[in-house]
Write a protein that binds this ligand. Structure first.
Ligand code: ADP
Length: 257
């Protein structure tokens, strides 16, 4: 990794099994810094398992999964946005407070928010279009607004690599547009590398630099342009996946960088 300073994520010959069931088979790919890589594949193809190996939530794999970071602690360099926000109804938390916890966990153990922290938090809330909801309780937000709140929370730790798991699932078109703008802003302004797990790429199709199609092994790794040369468009919806996978069965489409 040290001799490849422009690579943010490197996965090499990674295999993982749950018991006797091999879920990931010899996965190898790289994601360059400051790029958006989309990871797609049908349900059960191993996307979440791969993400867990990369983020360090799962051990016991063979091969290598590495995030190239400049922070001493890798956990501070990876922002992870899960599929859903867990809300405790007994503890009323405002948008500002919820986003602040990302800053606290992402930096140091004991601290008081200073002016710089507050600025970063306000800026992150603004970048996902929630500044008008700054003081609202998070359980009063819509599903799309909660999803954007999770992104703001991940952004306040100023991660070098941002990993999003199905961020646009079930959110309305206005939230999709705001989500797209927040991701664009993050890549441009913070030089963040984004790994996006999705069934549905239409909201960010103009931002995607690299597409990985996973079905236990990588069956396609290339650019949007390369994909379109095979007659497959990126406005990908879940129901198109069987069609995609059928196309990727042909050897000429198999591609691994
Ligand atoms: P995806 O995210 O693409 O839907 P997953 O990584 O969640 O795929 O799952 C890949 C396969 O591993 C599926 O067959 C799933 O049932 C299985 N699996 C996932 N988690 C576990 C687990 N904790 N124990 C056993 N099998 C699992």
């Amino acid at each position: 990794m040290a001799d490849q300073p422009n690579i943010a994520i490197e996965v090499k010959d990674l295999s993982f099994s749950y018991g006797d069931s091999k879920v990931l088979d010899s996965i190898s790919f790289e994601v360059e810094k400051n790029k958006l890589c989309a990871l797609v594949g049908p349900n059960g193809s191993g996307k979440s398992t791969l993400i867990k190996c990369i983020t360090g939530l799962l051990n016991g794999y063979t091969g290598r999964a590495q995030v190239n970071c400049t922070h001493k602690h890798q956990s501070h360099s990876i922002g992870y946005v899960p599929q859903r926000l867990f809300i405790s109804e007994r503890v009323p938390v405002s948008v500002f407070e919820a986003v602040s916890t990302g800053r606290i966990l992402g930096s140091r153990k004991w601290f008081r928010l200073n002016a710089k922290d507050k600025e970063v938090i306000e800026h992150s809330i603004d970048s996902v279009g929630l500044l008008g909801h700054r003081n609202c309780r998070i359980d009063e937000l819509s599903g799309g607004q909660q999803q954007r709140l999770l992104i703001a929370k991940a952004l306040v730790s100023e991660p070098e690599v941002l990993i999003l798991d199905e961020p646009t699932a079930g959110i309305d078109s206005q939230s999709q547009e705001l989500f797209r703008n927040a991701i664009d802003h993050t890549i441009q302004e913070h030089n963040t590398t984004v790994l996006l797990v999705s069934h549905e790429l239409s909201a960010v199709s103009d931002l995607v630099d690299q597409i990985l199609v996973l079905k236990n092994s990588i069956i396609f790794n290339g650019t949007v342009q390369e994909l379109s040369e095979h007659g497959v468009s990126v406005g990908l919806h879940e129901h198109d996946l069987p069609f995609w996978l059928e196309r990727f069965k042909t050897d000429e489409l198999r591609k691994s960088k």
